[in-house]
Design a protein around this ligand. Structure first.
Ligand code: BG6
Length: 469
């Protein structure tokens, strides 16, 4: 749709940036923190591990000061459950509470809105040993952890994110990490875990509304619209299959309190539907988010399944993520979009399209909690000329402005990442930040912070509230 006049970004728009605890903090076993599943996973030998990462645990003050200089209005970060309740439940670690209280107050001191993710892939390992998300007791443990967060930080935090990318955890468990010497759970087990995560999320959203009168809470999912490879009706059905199974099945449950009917049919037909107890339906129906948080990187293009093993293929540049499912859909190429060096599709119009679809479906305001480009940034004479990142973000912000003009209600934009951090599979060779962290894969150097060109560009965008993109 072409417009005569574009709407501007709303007043109070949360111009932000994001990180997650295990990818940025380091201090993996300090001050009473216990190991999480991430600490215990098999880690590729050629990349940095999470032990020191960007040392944000020790340098958060310096980092938040830089965020303030950039003009950030919001900082999205995650709290490590393992710092708050090292045993998963029970005894509280005062050092963990003190640390995050300080991070939150430091944000507030700089007029930065803290946006807190409660769970970003890092289940306490001690709970994993008792069955992890496959064990219903983990639901109670998560509620106990949430109560601790609301109790301690509820008066200083308005925006809460329940679980980061539940759909990635369930659909591509290998993308998060591989258990040492172990194997990945079966689909049946994964959908049971998914159901428990849904119940935990519903209870925590309800608890937030009870304990934090000003609190707003929502799920953070990786959402993306699908294109059909052609106008062949079977391609359209396949694209719809995957859009439902990948996106709407995960967002419908928190918003509507029920599973998507097509997704439920799919799970039942394949014998992978979860065991749902009578009171579960009431729990799911008894909670509602205040907004949808959404991570957006790429779109996918989908063709009809051929019904055989050729439907499956590894995602370009990432052997951990298998795309396609026999009898459901097949991944296809799209000649109208470009790709990053790591094979991720770059599609700003797809961003607008996805925002429209999410808003049309849920009628809730949207907070973008991740968007960005991973690249092997180069430090040259004390500077990083990341014009590709500026181009990427400018185009996505232009697309968002079009979505706003389309009528989508946007709360904010928190791209990935505030500063360089350990990427899930490519360590520090693939960087996302506005701030360069001077370390190599194994040589920590001085971990000096260096402002990239994108830092200055984003600062200007924020100062003008997104005018003249
Ligand atoms: C998102 C995750 O899926 O993608 C982040 O929430 C992750 O934790 C980001 O870092 C980018 O992925 P990667 O594999 O390039 O680090």
């Amino acid at each position: 749709m072409l417009y005569k006049k574009l709407k501007g970004f709303p007043e109070g728009f949360l111009w932000g940036a994001s990180t997650s605890a295990y990818q940025v903090e380091g201090a993996w076993d300090e001050d009473g923190k216990s190991p999480s599943i991430i600490d215990m996973y098999e880690h590729p030998k050629e990349y940095a591990d999470f032990k020191t990462a960007s040392d944000h645990y020790h340098r958060y003050k310096e980092d938040i000061e830089l965020f303030a200089e950039m003009g950030l209005k919001a900082y999205r970060f995650s709290i490590a459950w393992t710092r708050i309740l090292p045993n998963g439940t029970g005894e509280v670690n005062p050092a963990g509470i003190a640390h995050y209280r300080d991070v939150i107050l430091e944000c507030r001191r700089h007029a930065i809105e803290p946006v807190v993710t409660m769970y970003h892939f890092d289940l306490p390992y001690c709970l994993e040993e008792k069955g992890g998300w496959g064990n219903r007791e983990t639901i109670d443990a998560f509620v106990e952890y949430a109560r601790m967060l609301f109790d301690n930080f509820g008066s200083d935090v308005t925006y809460w994110l329940t679980i980061n990318e539940q759909n990635t955890m369930i659909l591509h468990p290998g993308a998060i990490g591989l258990p040492k010497g172990g194997s990945l759970p079966s689909k049946k087990e994964l959908y049971q875990q998914n159901h428990h995560l849904m119940l935990a999320q519903a209870r925590v959203m309800k608890l937030c509304h009870e304990m934090c009168p000003h609190g707003k809470i929502g799920p953070a999912l990786n959402l993306t619209a699908m294109y059909a490879q052609s106008c062949h009706p079977q391609d359209a059905i396949a694209a719809h299959n995957w859009e439902v199974l990948r996106c709407w099945n995960f967002a419908d449950v928190p918003v509507f309190g029920t599973y998507h009917s097509l997704a439920w049919q799919y799970m039942q037909d394949r014998g992978i539907a979860p065991d749902v107890r009578p009171q579960d339906c009431e729990t799911l129906a008894g909670a509602r988010p205040d907004f949808i948080a959404m991570n957006y990187y790429s779109t996918a293009t989908i063709a009809a399944s051929r019904g055989d093993a050729s439907d499956l293929s590894a995602r370009a540049g990432d052997q951990q993520i298998m795309l396609g499912e026999q009898g459901v859909y097949r991944a296809a190429e799209n000649s109208f979009v470009s790709k990053t060096k790591y094979g991720w599709v770059i599609d700003p119009s797809g961003f607008r399209y996805t925002l429209r679809k999410v808003y049309e479906r849920y009628h809730l305001p949207i907070l973008v909690t991740e968007n960005g480009i991973g690249a092997p940034d180069v430090l040259e004479d004390g500077a990083v000329h990341d014009d590709y990142r500026i181009d990427f973000m400018r185009q996505h912000l232009q697309a968002m402005q079009l979505a706003i003009t389309d009528g989508v209600r946007m709360l904010g934009y928190c791209p990935w990442a505030a500063l360089d951090l350990v990427s899930t599979h490519q360590g520090y060779q693939k960087r996302y930040g506005f701030i360069y962290v001077d370390r190599d894969e194994f040589d920590l150097k001085k971990l000096e912070r260096i402002k990239k060109d994108s830092f200055f560009w984003y600062k200007d965008v924020i100062a003008k509230n997104g005018a003249y993109l």
